[in-house]
Design a protein around this ligand. Structure first.
Ligand SMILES: [Zn+2]
Length: 283
């Protein structure tokens, strides 16, 4: 139950994700900069530790959606799909990601689709796991969406894709404000098929946005329904390329600089994002 948008650009890309979850599930935790191996990774997380979207310094981004169209499910002792992005988040190439995925306990992980964006190489890859086979496929560097729904996946795909295609024709298409409007869209009506999803028992509960320009990448995260976006935090990461030593996996939220990185440049800034501009129309 999620919508991931990928917007291709000449010198980078935008990635946005609505996380759709059961309302009974614990809220996610905002992004933290953590060291996975020796590589800094930015990711929000579930209270249990896994995550659904991550960004590393190279910059590469990963997002995972459940694959509901596959009916097969793990019968005993399932391992959370949140582990997949957490593990793969360090990868700087599709080959590296594939090696990491192959080492995961896949037979215990329910069906998923994992999207990997390697901005430096201008490559998009998708891994699909259906509990039988892991398929890895290179996708074109072209704007598109990935959609999942536990309610009616084919219909959610049809409706949200219609909204996405219509939005691509707008003058502001590809801009961050356009992307936010798209992700809080209630077309055709607030419900299971709208991009900002609302059901009695589940809804879009958070919005994550990654913007890559050249070697600079930012992640912004709002822990609320996208249609209620008012304030949030933007974590800007750059300069990790000069880091020679691993940072400790401590939360650095709220600190202006991360002194634990060695070697210039060492900037990690936390910037409060003002609310969305008033007057922007829902799609
Ligand atoms: Zn909404």
């Amino acid at each position: 139950m999620c919508t991931v948008s990928f917007i291709a650009r000449q010198h980078g890309c935008l990635i946005a994700m609505n996380r759709d979850e059961k309302l009974s599930r614990a809220k996610g935790l905002p992004p933290r900069l953590v060291a996975v191996g020796a590589r800094p990774v930015l990711a929000p997380s579930e209270s249990s530790g896994g995550t659904w979207i991550a960004l590393n310094e190279t910059p590469a981004a990963f997002a995972l959606i459940n694959w509901y169209s596959v009916k097969a499910a793990v019968k005993t002792n399932p391992v959370s799909r949140g582990l997949v992005v957490q593990a793969v988040a360090v990868a700087s190439s599709a080959a590296e990601a594939s090696q990491i995925i192959a080492r995961l306990p896949l037979p215990q992980i329910n069906p998923f689709r994992l999207i990997g964006v390697f901005a430096a190489q201008k490559q998009v890859w998708e891994w699909r796991w259906d509990l039988k086979t892991l398929v890895c496929q290179k996708e074109p560097w072209r704007s598109r969406q990935w959609i999942s729904s536990g309610f009616d996946e084919p219909e959610a795909n049809r409706q949200r894709s219609k909204t996405f295609q219509a939005a691509l024709g707008q003058k502001s298409a590809g801009r961050p404000d356009w992307l936010r409007r798209l992700h809080r869209s209630h077309a055709p009506a607030p419900g299971p098929f709208s991009t900002c999803m609302h059901r009695a028992d589940a809804a879009s509960v958070s919005y994550t946005e990654i913007i890559v320009f050249g070697r600079r990448a930012t992640m912004a995260y709002w822990n609320q329904a996208p249609c209620q976006l008012k304030s949030g935090h933007q974590l800007r990461t750059d300069g990790f390329l000069g880091a020679r030593k691993a940072i400790s996996p401590r939360d650095i939220l709220g600190t202006a600089f991360d002194d634990r990185l060695t070697g210039p440049p060492r900037r990690t800034t936390l910037v409060g994002l003002p609310g969305l501009e008033p007057g922007t129309k829902a799609l």
